[in-house]
Write a protein that binds this ligand. Sequence first.
Ligand code: 13P
Ligand code: SF4
Length: 361
Amino acid sequence: MADGSMTLAFTSAVEAETAAIWQKVSARITPMEWRLQAPLIAKINRLKTEKNAVILAHNYMTPEIFHGVGDYVGDSLGLAREAARSRAKIIVQAGVHFMAETSKVLCPEKTVLIPDVLAGCSLAASISAADVRLIKQRYPGLPVVTYVNTTAAVKAETDVCCTSANAVQVVEMVAREWGVDRVILLPDEFLARNVARQTEIGIIAWQGRCEVHERFTVDDIAEIRASWPNAEILAHPECPADVIAASDFAGSTAAMNDYVKTRKPKQVVLITECSMADDVACDVRETEFVGPCNLCPHMKRISLENIYQALLHDRYEVTVDTAIADRARAAVQRMIDMPPLAVPARYDMVKARHHVDVELI
Ligand code: 13P
Ligand code: SF4
């Protein structure tokens, strides 16, 4: 390990300090791994207090991060809300770069750190601010909704942001406000197609893809049903629409988490990033998690080691140009100010009467 954490001792003091976390993660972490991880977890948690820092950890972080050092855990929407209300001086984003930028945009006075600057996202990389400006010229008079999985520069060009937890709600709100029946929803083609099945509003979409979720196919779902006929299949709306239609439930990572925690199915398959199942399994012992998952290479750049280094050396600081941040904040804040949904949004049942397809740019 790069910071020499191998040499940290698993003392009885460390064991006592981390006992409550071990209770949780022992569902997914072996005692041997834990003896290596616990000393660093204890160090990170002490350093956080000393430096008045919080760690915002996304649902795709591995369990030793998610349960071990995350102060706030959740989906993209939940983490953005927490960033906005946090009183800490430093935010360490245990997630990817666009999430850290969103935190910085919401909290310009705070130091926001990302443990690895290369933790990107195929969706955020799929579209630039110049692309959005051209799209607005092509569709004058139509509002632009962007998924939070975009750079701050892209958010600055848009009217309102959304996440998979509220995309339908945002599209319908903005269409109502603008008095239009079509909305531009960028940049995830599959999320756009899944939103189109939930609303009568026409959707104009971009061809961005999540490299993790685009790989799941309807044949995978058929194979899973054959291998585990009693398993409930939950999918993320960044998956292709036929995968969503073949699943039993589809929603944001928080919605999937909520589904498993409240219904406690006997067997479940989470069609999403691999760590999601590990994290939920630590909380819901009675459910068996089976079936395939895909790793996000960007999320997996974040480790206990680089979180520790980030806190120790205040690195790597995420900055956003003030003019861009001010415009991006307006789009993110509009989303955050929306009333939370009573029940998590779901995408697996087609609701739109016309079931129109999206118009691809
Ligand atoms: P949510 O956590 O908002 O569901 O997003 C998933 C994702 O891919 C984040 O990178
Ligand atoms: Fe981006 Fe997909 Fe990775 Fe999320 S899972 S960070 S959308 S590439």
